[in-house]
Each structure stands twice: as structure tokens, then as C-alpha cells.
Design a protein around this ligand. Structure first.
Ligand code: FE2
Length: 193
């Protein structure tokens, strides 16, 4: 299939503490992942499967980068979709799930900040289908480190490109801004409650 870039320009001018130049630069990077995902999938159609090799082979290299471009595309969509100028609070059911899983909303916030400080990549709040609880998991690059049996419900981009224009190396200040702009309605819908 061909993957189509989504338009998130409605976010411009609407977020607190995340500027338009920061968002526009980020939209450009997201567009690059969509382009590369389509390119990789197209090249995989004709790559020579008889020349696969762990050290090097066209097919092997494409397979090694396929999940990078796929997650680079769809993690960014999860991220932009769970940002909103309206912010707000988690709904009652989502809040109850957070409290059951982390002890309290404040403890979840502590954990998400610690998780963000632990990765140069992504933090995902997921519903873990094995224990039925919410977890903060960290990913390196776009595709490394996520356990199986997860439904992502909140995506937090912690790559430096997500905040360098606005905050330089002050990642903690970006996290505070991110938390003010979470669209909890979208997160609740992903959880299905
Ligand atoms: Fe990003």
C-alpha cells in the first residue's frame, strides 16, 4: 500500500509552549519517514531475495530499516494526534486505569518524566494485554525496545528534534509543555473507554 502523509497544520498556533517553527520542522521530518516507508516497501517488491546476508544485502538492509520508517511514520501520527491546544484532564475511566496502574496520576507523571530521561527516542503509554495494566515503555530510535502485546495509547516523542528549537537541551521543560498539551480525549478513545 502507499502510505499518505497526514496534515497536522491545525496544531499551528494552538499549542502552549511548542512553537510553530518547532512544529513545522517536525512535520518535515515526519514527511521524510512517510516518503522513506513508501520507498522501502516499493524496493522490497523487487529486491533480490537470493542475495540476503546478515553483513550486507539489498533485501537485508531494506528489511533492517523497514520498521524504522514504519514506526517513524505511525509513531509521529500517534504523537501529533495526541497533541491538542485544549489539553484537559483524563476522563474518569482513563484516570481510574492510570491510578490502578501507577498509584496516582501524579505518580504516572513522575514515571513518564523518568522514562523520558531514560531514552533518546520515544516513551509510549500502553495498555499491556498480558496484565491489563497501563505501562510507560521506552523505545530507542523508532523500533527498538517495545515489548509485545501492547496497545499504544499515548506517544511522547523524546528525540531532540522534537524540542531543540524551543528548548535547546532542556528536555524537562519540553516535557512540562508536552503534558500541558496532551489531548486526553484521544488517549481515552485509544484505550476504548
Ligand atoms: Fe519526531
Amino acid at each position: 500500500m502507499t502510505h499518505a502523509q497526514k496534515d497536522f497544520s491545525h496544531l499551528l498556533g494552538s499549542l502552549e509552549g511548542i512553537s510553530d517553527p518547532q512544529l513545522e520542522a517536525h512535520f518535515g521530518l515526519y514527511a521524510g519517514y512517510v516518503k522513506k516507508l513508501n520507498e522501502i516497501e516499493e524496493k522490497l517488491q523487487s529486491a533480490d531475495r537470493s542475495q540476503t546476508n546478515y553483513s550486507f544485502g539489498e533485501y537485508s538492509e531494506l528489511k533492517r530499516r523497514e520498521a524504522v520508517a514504519f514506526n517513524g511514520t505511525y509513531l509521529h501520527e500517534l504523537y501529533f494526534e495526541n497533541l491538542s491546544g485544549d489539553g484537559g484532564e483524563p476522563g474518569a475511566d482513563l484516570k481510574a486505569a492510570i491510578e490502578k496502574s501507577f498509584g496516582s496520576f501524579e505518580k504516572w507523571e513522575e514515571d513518564v518524566k523518568a522514562a523520558a530521561a531514560s531514552t533518546p527516542g520515544w516513551v509510549l503509554l500502553t495498555m499491556n494485554k498480558k496484565d491489563g495494566l497501563l505501562h510507560n515503555y521506552i523505545l530507542y530510535e523508532h523500533h527498538i525496545g517495545l515489548p509485545v502485546h501492547q496497545v499504544p495509547i499515548l506517544a511522547l516523542d523524546c528525540w531532540e528534534h522534537a524540542f531543540m528549537i524551543d528548548y535547546g537541551t532542556k528536555k524537562a521543560e519540553y516535557l512540562s509543555a508536552f503534558l500541558k498539551n496532551v489531548d486526553w480525549g484521544v488517549v481515552g478513545e485509544r484505550l476504548g473507554r
